[in-house]
Design a protein around this ligand. Structure first.
Ligand code: F6P
Length: 370
């Protein structure tokens, strides 16, 4: 039988998301109040357990007031020492940092870890099992694209910021008869663009799952013009791409960005209209989480402690409809939940006349809903 838990470690890994601190608060409160466990906060993601450990005890007073605080009090890092490397066309992991992390975990008396992170971090956590480190995952991404999970915390906040931006762009676009392009986050999945586009009344929604043509978007804008609307609003996910090309990067570091400017410039040329771009960027990730995200984050944190208390490991807490349940870490690692082309919200948008930029290519045979 596995040794009983007395102390757990918790870390936040990858890009931040509004609600991370609310998860930490829920983990600490339920660990201490419900189970009588001590909690150690690990700084800067998995990196805090490399070299001289950077950890701090988290008790009830340390997490007081965190429910509505954006960011993460523990700091976060991207893959760092744990990144996979390509050797002879295969992705491999260097075992050294895993061994070091396992040794530090043991030395600190950490009986199990709660890993709050995206699919890359859950992959690292799942690998740690081979080194004797027990872990449970809490999914984190504002893109809402974790496989097996209907909703991740942070998405609602990002969506709220993006929708408000669209509302504001409407009045200025209408005043000048302009095309306004809003670039939102969404590397592989267009959930933020799709939801905010529908909620914010966009005229075109461009997402990574549906490559677009400028001509199709321009044609939608000119159709509106013909019907008497002199302005148009386009929302584009940063991972969206023009048909026949790839994603647009800011530089060689792999940071996405720039597709909005490209779309605005091309639409301006083709339609002859004034076009402007707004890049929302990290405003979508910062600040106070919405009540929905605070609640979801709290439920995820408490569920992770419950799962550990039941002696279960290697699982990620997820939301399915109204329920909180788990999926296996190995199952979610490396997978994303993208927008199905026949998703009900895509079909609803199309029914309302919102363009996706693939209109000439569309297969108009009825498809089953997803
Ligand atoms: O993964 C979430 C996300 O918001 C992506 O949509 C985006 O590409 C990425 O984070 C940007 O992260 P960074 O903070 O590294 O620029």
């Amino acid at each position: 039988m596995a040794a009983p838990i007395r102390r757990i470690g918790v870390l936040t890994s990858g890009g931040d998301a509004p609600g991370l601190n609310a998860v930490l608060r829920a983990v600490v409160r339920s660990a201490e109040i419900q189970n009588g466990w001590a909690v150690l906060g690990i700084e800067d993601g998995f990196e805090g357990l490399i070299g001289r450990p950077r950890v701090r005890p988290l008790d009830l007073s340390a997490v007081s007031g965190l429910l509505l605080r954006g960011g993460t009090i523990l700091g976060s890092s991207n893959k760092g020492h744990f990144a996979t490397m390509e050797v002879d066309g295969e992705l491999v992991r260097d075992p050294a940092p895993y061994k070091e992390l396992a040794a530090n975990t043991k030395r600190l008396g950490i009986d199990a870890l709660i890993v709050i992170g995206g699919e890359g971090s859950q992959g690292i956590a799942s690998e740690l099992a081979h080194y004797g480190v027990r872990a449970v995952g809490v999914p984190k991404t504002i893109d809402n694209d974790l496989w097996g999970c209907d909703r991740t915390f942070g998405f609602d906040t990002a969506l709220t910021v993006a929708t408000e931006a669209l509302d504001r762009l409407h009045t200025t676009a209408a005043s000048h008869g302009r095309v306004m392009v809003l670039e939102v986050m969404g590397r592989d999945a267009g959930w933020i663009a799709l939801h905010s586009g529908l909620g914010g009344g966009a005229d075109a929604i461009l997402i990574p799952e549906i490559p677009f043509s400028i001509d199709a978007v321009a044609s939608a804008i000119m159709t509106r013009e013909y019907r008497g609307s002199t302005f148009s609003i386009v929302v584009v996910a940063e991972g969206a791409m023009e048909r026949g090309t790839g994603q647009v990067y800011q530089d060689s570091t792999g940071t996405l960005g720039g597709v909005g400017a490209h779309v605005a410039a091309q639409l301006g040329k083709v339609t002859g209209k004034d076009a402007r771009v707004v890049v929302l960027g990290h405003l979508q990730r910062g600040g106070v989480p919405t009540p929905f995200d605070r609640i979801l984050a709290t439920r995820f944190g408490a569920a992770a402690v419950r799962v550990l208390g039941e002696g279960r490991y290697g699982e990620v807490v997820v939301s399915r409809g109204a329920r909180i349940t788990t999926v296996s870490m190995t199952e979610t690692a490396g997978k994303t939940r993208t927008v199905p082309k026949n998703h009900e919200m895509v079909l609803t948008s199309r029914a309302l006349g919102i363009a996706f930029g693939d209109e000439e290519e569309m297969d108009l045979t009825p498809q089953p809903l997803e």
